[in-house]
Ligand binder design. Structure first.
Ligand SMILES: C[S@@+](CC[C@H](N)C(=O)[O-])C[C@H]1O[C@@H](n2cnc3c(N)ncnc32)[C@H](O)[C@@H]1O
Length: 247
C-alpha cells in the first residue's frame, strides 16, 4: 500500500520515542520475548537462517539487531555479520552476549561487527551485503519505507532481504483468541517482566497499525525487489518475507 512520506520532524520524534522504549526495556527484553512467545521466537529466527542457506562467508547486515539473537544465529551458520541498531543499550547487551558465547566456545571465529546507527539511513556503502535481515524491526522504524529503500541500496544485485514481522492469523477463531491475548495478556505480562507496561502497549498498538496500514510485500515490490515470498509462521502470528534485488 503506497503511503505519503512522513513529515520529517514527526519521524525524528517517533524514532527517538522508539529508541527510548527499547533502551528502557533492554535489560529484560530477551526474557519478555521468550516468555511472551513461549520460546517460539527461537524457532522463527532458526527458520529465517535456514531459508538463507548457504551462509558460509556471506556478508549479512542484521538491521534492528536489538540484543542480537538473529545476528548470532547467522554467525553460528558461518556468515560474516554486522548487527546494527540505534539503541546503544540493546547493542551493548548484544555484544555482551557475543562475549559470553565466545568464552563458552559457542561461536565460530568470525568476528561480529556491532554498529549503533539508524537503519533507515546507514553509512554503509551501497551494494555491500549479500543478505540484509531484519527481525521485528521494520515495523518499529519511524519511516519504514526509508528502511526498505535502505535494504535495497545496501544489497548487491542478486542479494536477498529476509524479514520477520508480526502479523495476524487469517483463521477468524484463531485471530479472535490471539487478539484477546495480544490486547490484554501480553501488555500485562510484558509489563510485569520489564516494569514497562507502556512499552508492551506500544508493541500491541504498533502491530495493529502495521496490520491495518502496511502491505510489506507491496512495499518491497515498489522499492525494486522481485521474487517476493511471504510465508506465514505459527498460524500466521508472524510472517517470514524473502525477496531479491534484481541482477
Ligand atoms: C522488537 S526489537 C527487535 C530486535 C531483534 N531484531 C529481535 O529479533 O529480537 C526492534 C529493534 O529495532 C530497533 N530500531 C527501531 N527503529 C530503528 C531504526 N530506525 N534504526 C535502527 N534500529 C531501530 C530498536 O532499537 C529495537 O532494538
Amino acid at each position: 500500500m503506497a503511503t505519503d512520506p512522513p513529515d520529517s520532524s514527526a519521524t525524528t520524534n517517533t524514532a527517538s520515542k522508539v529508541r527510548d522504549i527499547f533502551g528502557r526495556i533492554a535489560p529484560r527484553y530477551d526474557l519478555a520475548n521468550h516468555v511472551l512467545s513461549l520460546g517460539i521466537d527461537f524457532h522463527w529466527r532458526k527458520k529465517a537462517v535456514r531459508l538463507m542457506q548457504p551462509l558460509a562467508g556471506r556478508r549479512v547486515l542484521d538491521m534492528c539487531c536489538g540484543t542480537g539473537d538473529l545476528t548470532l544465529a547467522f554467525t553460528r551458520a558461518g556468515a560474516n555479520v554486522v548487527g546494527c541498531d540505534f539503541s546503544p543499550d540493546m547493542v551493548e547487551l548484544a555484544a555482551l552476549k557475543e562475549t559470553r558465547l565466545r568464552a563458552r566456545g559457542k561461536l565460530p571465529d568470525t568476528p561480529i561487527t556491532w554498529r549503533i546507527d539508524d537503519c533507515t539511513a546507514t553509512g554503509f556503502d551501497a551494494q555491500s551485503f549479500d543478505i540484509v535481515s531484519c527481525a521485528f524491526g521494520v515495523r518499529n522504524m519511524a519511516d519504514h519505507s526509508a528502511g526498505v529503500a535502505e535494504m535495497h541500496r545496501l544489497l548487491r544485485p542478486g542479494g536477498t532481504v529476509c524479514i520477520l514481522e508480526f502479523s495476524l492469523p487469517t483463521n477468524p477463531i484463531v485471530r479472535a483468541a490471539y487478539l484477546t491475548y495480544f490486547r490484554w495478556i501480553m501488555p500485562l505480562v510484558g509489563g510485569l517482566i520489564t516494569g514497562r507496561t507502556a512499552a508492551y502497549r506500544y508493541l500491541r498498538d504498533s502491530v495493529r497499525k502495521w496490520h491495518e496500514n502496511v502491505d510489506l510485500a507491496a512495499e518491497l515490490r515498489s522499492a525494486g525487489f522481485e521474487n517476493i515470498q511471504a510465508a506465514p509462521l505459527t498460524l500466521g502470528i508472524t510472517t517470514l518475507y524473502r525477496a531479491t534485488r534484481p541482477i
